[in-house]
Ligand binder design. Structure first.
Ligand code: NDP
Ligand code: HSE
Length: 411
């Protein structure tokens, strides 16, 4: 029998309890042990709920119970999650978490403490919800240097962009529905402004490159400035707008960024819709490997957390080695990265063409049916810093979105 405690009985925490209850027999068979939830910790009471009798409000009850071998942290946020997790590890209890904010902020330290105590700190659900991607990077893809990671890492924003594009919903309606469906962070600004995707690409990059990628160093733009008109332009060109997170190493220089991109219809990420996420990992010899599945939501995420519990139960006195050094990795700024840009400007195309081509050379113009007071254009590929210098000379810019053209070799 392995006793576990669940910290946080919200969307994911209640999903963890539900998954363990409903799949109990097969989970026990697969872990080679009986997994029993001894405690659930939350701030609230849940009268009449299945957890009523095992609910505690004092973390020390869990910490001081030697029968608890695995702690599941699904409260979210850095504090008190960090304190509870660190204390659990120091007390010899393995920890499984879905909390990317915690992992991105304190991951390497918590991994080291787990290693020193011959236990485990597992965080598969912290990136990509139900998608197995941490474990593959940590084990299946270790033979080959990873050169690039690119993908859609946030379910809420992908859901919002899909609903705006396919159903014509307003941004606010799409966001509130994502919240009702349990996809969004407690403070959805983390989703909308790209911070959540930023933390996730920091985690994946740290594991892939072996040194600590600080999420604060990653250039991050969210989707809050994307409008229904941007989506109309994208559709007219045969593109969709996606929030992409990426990192790569080229000639010893490391890059990472999060931003909305126009993705063409032939691109594999174009049809990743709704709450689904997809992640490309490119290895030197392996080429492209793609991971795809539900990026958020109660039960899909809970399944990833419970799979970590099973893994921790299978390795009760054995640390599963994870390479994520505490040494920080230097990221090169994105100024030299080269790509095309879509730009929207006010005014009449015929009157402004010359001024635009003077700055950017040959561009492709796009006009929307029934719209005469603005137009768009797509530049040739150019360095980010060169683009920004030329853009400064163009008055009345409404907005700009990067174009995703070159991707991994296989795309
Ligand atoms: P919720 O807000 O739904 O649940 C968090 C729960 O933890 C709430 O019941 C909350 O209680 C409780 N809690 C907060 N602080 C404490 C505390 N100090 N002591 C005890 N209980 C506490 O969040 P989610 O379940 O959605 O997310 C949990 C974590 O999983 C987050 O890190 C999130 O980023 C991550 N995640 C979420 C996914 C999703 O689809 N929702 C997917 C993947 C990861 P109260 O409500 O009373 O404050
Ligand atoms: N808010 C996150 C998302 C939850 O929408 O992707 C999953 O990490």
């Amino acid at each position: 029998m392995i006793n576990i405690a669940v910290l946080g009985y919200g969307t994911v925490g209640s999903g963890v309890v539900e998954v363990i209850d409903s799949n109990n027999a097969s989970i026990n068979r697969k872990s080679g042990n009986d997994i029993r939830i001894k405690y659930v910790l939350d701030l609230r009471d849940f009268p009449g709920d299945r957890v009523e009798k095992i609910l505690v409000h004092d973390f020390d009850i869990i910490l001081n119970d030697p029968e608890v071998k695995i702690v599941v942290e699904v409260m979210g946020g850095v504090e008190p999650a960090y304190t509870f997790v660190k204390k659990s590890l120091l007390a010899g209890k393995s920890v499984c978490t879905s909390n990317k904010e915690l992992v991105a902020t304190h991951g390497p330290e918590l991994i080291r403490i787990a290693r020193q105590n011959n236990i485990n700190f597992l965080f598969e659900a912290s990136v990509g919800g139900a998608i197995p991607v941490i474990r593959p990077i940590n084990s299946s893809l270790t033979a080959d240097p990873i050169l690039e990671i690119k993908g859609i890492l946030n379910g809420t924003t992908n859901y919002i962009l899909t609903q705006m594009d396919v159903e014509g919903w307003e941004f606010d309606k799409a966001l509130s529905t994502a919240q009702e469906l349990g996809y969004a962070e407690r403070n959805p600004e983390a989703d909308i402004e790209g911070y959540d995707a930023c933390r996730k690409i920091a985690i994946l990059s740290s594991l892939a490159f072996g040194s600590n990628v600080k999420f604060e160093d990653i250039y991050t733009e969210g989707i809050s400035k994307i409008t229904a008109t941007d989506i109309r332009y994208a559709k007219k060109m045969g593109y969709a707008i996606k929030l992409l997170a990426s990192s790569s190493v080229e000639n010893g220089r490391y890059f990472a960024m999060v931003a909305p991109f126009m993705v063409r219809s032939s691109h594999p990420l174009y049809s990743v819709s709704g709450v689904y996420n997809a992640i490309f990992v490119r290895g030197d010899q392996i080429g492209d490997v793609m991971f795809y599945g539900s990026g958020a939501g109660k039960l899909p995420t809970a399944c990833a957390v419970v799979a970590d519990v099973v893994d921790a139960a299978k390795h009760i006195d054995k640390h599963i080695y994870t390479f994520w050094s505490e040494e920080d990795l230097h990221l090169t700024g994105i100024g030299d990265s080269t790509r095309s840009f879509f730009v929207r400007v006010s005014g009449n195309r015929a009157e402004r063409e010359d001024e635009i081509t003077k700055q950017f050379g040959e561009v492709k113009f796009i006009e929307l049916d029934g719209v005469s007071d603005e137009f768009g254009f797509v530049t040739k590929p150019l360095a980010e810093k060169t683009f920004e210098e030329h853009l400064k000379n163009i008055p009345n810019v409404i907005g700009r979105i990067r174009m995703e053209e070159k991707l991994n070799a296989g795309c």
